[in-house]
Design a protein around this ligand. Sequence first.
Ligand SMILES: *Cc1c(COP(=O)(O)O)cnc(C)c1O
Length: 428
Amino acid sequence: MSTVPFVSAARLKEITDRYPTPFYLYDEKGLKENVRALQEAFSWNPGFREFFAVKATPNPFIMKLLGDCGCGYDCSSLTELMLSKAVGAKEGDIMFSSNDTPAEEFLYASEAGAVINLDDITHIGFLEETIGKIPRRISCRFNPGGIFQMSNGIMDNPGDAKYGMTRQQIAEAFRILKSKGAEEFGIHAFLASNTVTDEYYPRLAEILFRLAVELQNETGAKVCFINLSGGIGIPYRPEEKPCNIQAIGEGVHQAYDRILVPAGMGDISIFTELGRYITGPFGCLVTKAIHEKHIHKEYIGVDACACNLMRPAMYGAYHHITVMGKEDEPGDHKYDVVGSLCENNDKFAIDRMLPEIKTGDLLVIHDTGAHGFAMGYNYNGKLKSAELLLREDGSVELIRRAETPKDYFATFDSFPVYEKLSEDPCFS
Ligand SMILES: *Cc1c(COP(=O)(O)O)cnc(C)c1O
């Protein structure tokens, strides 16, 4: 699905004439179509809404674009809340699904009209002390423990995860919240990540729908929404098949009709907090080969590094690479494609069969639209790249400029060394 870049070699060359590599490029058309397909798959549920997981691609232009498509925002930090507010989020447009939450973030979320999703039962008292009340509409995060396994072997380990409340706690939390004035309840859970299967959401939905029926019976709390959170995956590898979002929506629909409707709870809204699935395939990292090195192995050194894209170094994640202009040439060279960090795990690909790469070639690193730029860092004093948006009309817009040394040194600005730095010819 994603082995063909969404931008042509010729167009990319034009773009790099104007914007130096490395940079992230996002595809407006693909993003919009993808969101529409998700909304279509859940259109059977009148209250359906996607709250885009801001952490995946925290860029206000991307967020605004998604907001204009009807998405809300899922936040878990102060700056994510600030960004969401700045791009126009109003009352109810933000889901605050945080954990280990600082008091000031609850306060900010409350003032921004976010729906607060409590990660722990002890946060009830903490929230009440912090904001002086219990909101009328509130959500609790559930963690069933144990191992969550699907038929194709994909699994995750909620029993080992720091998130959410136990079954007993969530019932107790509902009782307490109700006694303190909460009227509209939500249930949230995130039990497996990057699931490239149509089975995950329907399985999760079934668990949460049953829980909703039980909790409403046990506590009298009115469940208004069920938040399936993130976790739908994307095919990073060429041999993987993309999820069928229509089938996923239908699977959730069936569980809804089987469990919620007979319980008289057919008015519950379904929410999602997808990140990776929304933006992952519609962003790429564009980098240039700047060195060819022949030692015990063949290396191609590029001008991006793990600071621009951490996933390969951190998780050993596979990201497909296209050598632009050489799409039809045989992959008969085995390379490690590396960045410049003084860390041997700074490799975008290891033993990858690719066409012969020459210095100056442009490489597109696929499926980096989510958790790509966002996980960037500044190790070795490396600077974060620019982000560009390929508009539907084919034009390109700079949606974040690249960092400069001045940005990197900005936190020294109250120290004497700043004067020396600011006199350096490279300081700008
Ligand atoms: C990370 C996260 C998401 C998004 O996850 P994806 O894997 O990108 O879909 C959604 N909700 C919460 C609470 C998260 O922590």
